[in-house]
Design a binder for this molecule. Structure first.
Ligand code: CS2
Ligand code: MN
Length: 374
């Protein structure tokens, strides 16, 4: 695996590349052209400039999150072929710049949904949280307004004001789109983009729907093992893969995360590792990455990734807001840095104990030889 941090670009992120560079083990960022709209072609010069900026800071681009898919592709509107052509051109431009992993999602209208952006935890940190009751009591426009008003002056990914200014109209476009239709539209999209992915060796990594069930009556399909395996099979190309996001699949406690990871061997191109704390099945909040702070056994998640030989980029996901930081909710520096350090620690411990202790059951230890690196 390669430890990475998501970075929104110097114009949009409160975290700098120089800060990211100082997190132990981080050499790669996952980034995006945050000022492009879904459906637009990403110009190669713009990608190149972003790459140069990242490289000047001693880092590299380990992948893109996200090249967003236009709603019109998701609901199969009359303009979808032109929009897919644009997507293909964007992928080719990324490939020409030697970028080989693209995260995206296929959620109608909204990206992830949370009902609170700053729920206070007993230790005074604040986190993103979700209750079904709050969603049931709100209409989509109100939810959008509250996300917008509570994002510390930042634009939350997937909640772009330009697109969501017309929430009601967007909802109407999805009338008649059920799970089956959405699967069909995803298949159509994937079949059209696979040739360019093959040509430039681009791994597409679909992000799961978050939460992993329909919200506001909109269908959601990337939610569980059965559906994700159906998706892998329906376009059976290794470039058609997934982002394994523990916090998103984990919103449904019936999802056995280590088992899902094992069943996706070879098709996980990107991993988001984070923890949640459940109060009830539909009332949860995000937690520190540490197992003891939330509901998940993070050791088992990391172990499953190691067991399948996962070697793609991995990143801590949403962090808590701590130590007085003011940043995009979920995307401050401090708690994500703690998360990266923790995941790195788990990884090193599990990896070494499996490779070394497994091979040295007789108790022999490797020679103690601190490295001099000059
Ligand atoms: C999510 C998403 O992983 C995350 O941080 O909150 O915003 C994710 O980036 C998108 O769904 C990927 O397209
Ligand atoms: Mn995620």
């Amino acid at each position: 695996m390669e430890m990475t941090i998501r970075w929104y670009g110097s114009k949009y992120d409160t975290v700098t590349l120089q800060q990211i560079r100082q997190i132990p083990g981080v050499k790669g960022v996952i980034t995006t052209l945050y000022d492009t709209q879904p459906g637009e072609v990403w110009a190669q010069e713009k990608i190149h400039a972003l790459k140069e900026e990242v490289e000047a800071a001693g880092l590299h681009i380990a992948g893109i999150e996200s090249v967003n898919v236009a709603d019109e592709i998701k609901y199969a509107g009359p303009d979808r072929d032109r929009l897919i052509d644009n997507y293909i051109e964007t992928l080719a431009n990324l490939g020409r710049e030697d970028i080989h992993m693209v995260c995206y999602n296929f959620m109608p209208v909204f990206d992830w949904t949370r009902t609170e952006l700053a729920r206070k935890r007993p230790d005074g940190s604040t986190v993103l949280a979700y209750t079904q009751e709050a969603v049931d009591a709100l209409d989509p426009q109100k939810l959008f307004d509250s996300v917008h008003d509570n994002s510390n002056g930042t634009v939350m990914p997937g909640w772009e004001p330009e697109r969501l200014a017309h929430v009601q109209e967007l909802f109407e476009k999805y009338q008649g789109i059920d799970e089956e239709k959405l699967f069909e539209n995803l298949k159509y999209f994937l079949e059209r983009i696979m040739p360019v992915c093959d040509k430039y060796d681009i791994n597409m990594a679909i992000h799961p729907d978050d939460p992993a069930w329909p919200v506001f009556g909109l269908p959601r399909i990337i939610t569980c093992k059965k559906n994700i395996l159906r998706m892998m099979k329906m376009v059976d190309n290794p470039h058609n893969g997934v982002t394994f996001c523990s916090g998103s699949y984990g919103t449904n406690p019936d999802n056995d995360l280590p088992d899902m990871i094992r069943s996706l061997k070879g098709r996980i191109h990107f991993a988001h590792v984070r923890n949640l704390q459940f109060h009830t099945r539909t009332n949860f909040e995000e937690a520190a990455h540490l197992s003891a702070d939330g509901s998940f056994d993070m050791y088992e998640i990391v172990k499953a990734l190691i067991d399948i030989g996962f070697d793609g980029p991995i990143r801590p996901d949403h962090g808590r807001m701590i130590w007085g930081e003011v940043a995009m909710p979920g995307y401050g520096l401090y708690d994500r840095a703690l998360g990266a350090a923790y995941i790195n620690g788990l990884w090193e411990a599990i990896d070494k104990s499996e490779r070394r202790d497994g091979a040295r059951a007789d108790g022999e230890r490797p020679k103690w030889a601190p490295k001099f690196t000059g």
